[in-house]
Design a protein. Structure first.
Length: 319
């Protein structure tokens, strides 16, 4: 009689443990794909990869406990969705003569290696260099570019709005600071001349969504820039640390492409000093471009002194 009662208790505890594991796994999946549009829900979506990886771990526990059907279904859901976040794509676009090469980086205002980086970048191949979190105290370091490129952010009248400096080896034929909230919120709109073709560049660095207010302002800026790009007649691209993952519902460029979707999936920012991986990093630095461009190359590489990586890419203007 004692053995029967003991066996029932063990089975009851085992059944309870299985139920808890299954509920945790399903809750993690729901968190990764939640449809709610408020601050904390959007933050959860940003960590989709680690949430799915954790759910897969619990699915494997269920398989180990011989709950094959339940564990198998949850594991398949996790694996299918994790595979969409892995770098499985490849570029097969042949570069065209009318191409624009861009390098963009969030420097970090306190980066002690700015001088070294700018000297190295002077000798590299690029048409447009987008620098974010550029301190006004480092304005003098831009002087070597003056006779070789057009600059936005060097003139006293411009200042360095939103910490953005643009150095272009293509002629800048129009420059504009679009203000949504004075000098606190806005973006840069430039017109570049590429083989006699006017190209529009939108450059932005929205607030990091560390608070609900910053999150709201980020969404407001992205929405305004999205609306402006849809009205643009000329070929256009958007560059910047947009502080948003491409699977967020606020990443609303349905009629355009992004570097993340067109090439290898990547991470460009890690909130800790731990090495960038899909588990520890986020893809929040972006290039977005309309249908008149193709992406022929993309490289995401380390940048000393910054918690962001540098994006280097080439956009081809379709004939």
């Amino acid at each position: 009689m004692f053995k029967v009662i003991s066996s029932r208790r063990c089975n009851s505890k085992r059944g309870y443990s299985i139920a808890v594991i299954a509920v945790i796994a399903l809750m993690l999946i729901v968190a990764a794909f939640n449809p709610w549009q408020f601050y904390y829900a959007d933050l959860l979506i940003s960590f989709r990869f680690p949430l799915l990886a954790a759910a897969l771990f619990f699915a494997l526990l269920l398989l180990a406990l011989k709950k094959l059907w339940l564990g198998g279904v949850i594991a398949i859901i996790c694996i299918i969705n994790l595979s969409s976040l892995l770098p499985l794509h490849s570029l097969e676009v042949i570069p065209s003569k009318a191409a624009i090469t861009v390098k963009q980086i969030n420097l970090n205002y306190n980066n002690p290696y700015i001088d070294m980086h700018l000297k190295n970048l002077q000798n590299q191949q690029w048409d447009v260099l987008v620098l974010q979190e550029f301190s006004d105290l480092n304005r003098h370091l831009l002087k070597p570019f003056l006779n070789k490129a057009s600059l936005f952010g060097y003139r006293e009248v411009e200042g360095i709005p939103y910490g953005i400096v643009v150095i272009s080896r293509l002629p800048i034929i129009h420059r504009q600071q679009v203000k949504l909230d004075g000098d606190r919120l806005g973006y840069i709109k430039l017109k570049l001349l590429l083989d006699k073709h006017p190209i529009t560049a939108f450059i932005a660095h929205p607030p990091s969504p560390r608070t609900a207010t910053h999150w709201h302002n980020r969404n407001r800026l992205l929405s305004a820039m999205n609306e402006a790009s849809t009205k643009e007649i000329d070929p256009w691209f958007i560059a910047g640390d947009l502080n948003i993952v491409p699977w967020s519902s606020y990443f609303n460029w349905f009629n355009a492409q992004s570097c993340y979707a067109a090439a290898n999936a990547y991470t460009s920012f890690a909130p800790t000093a731990i090495k960038h991986t899909l588990m520890t990093g986020l893809p929040i630095d972006h290039c977005i471009f309309n249908q008149e461009f193709n992406l022929s190359s993309l490289e995401v590489s380390e940048f000393k002194g910054s918690d962001h990586k540098i994006l280097s890419y080439t956009l081809n203007l379709k004939s």
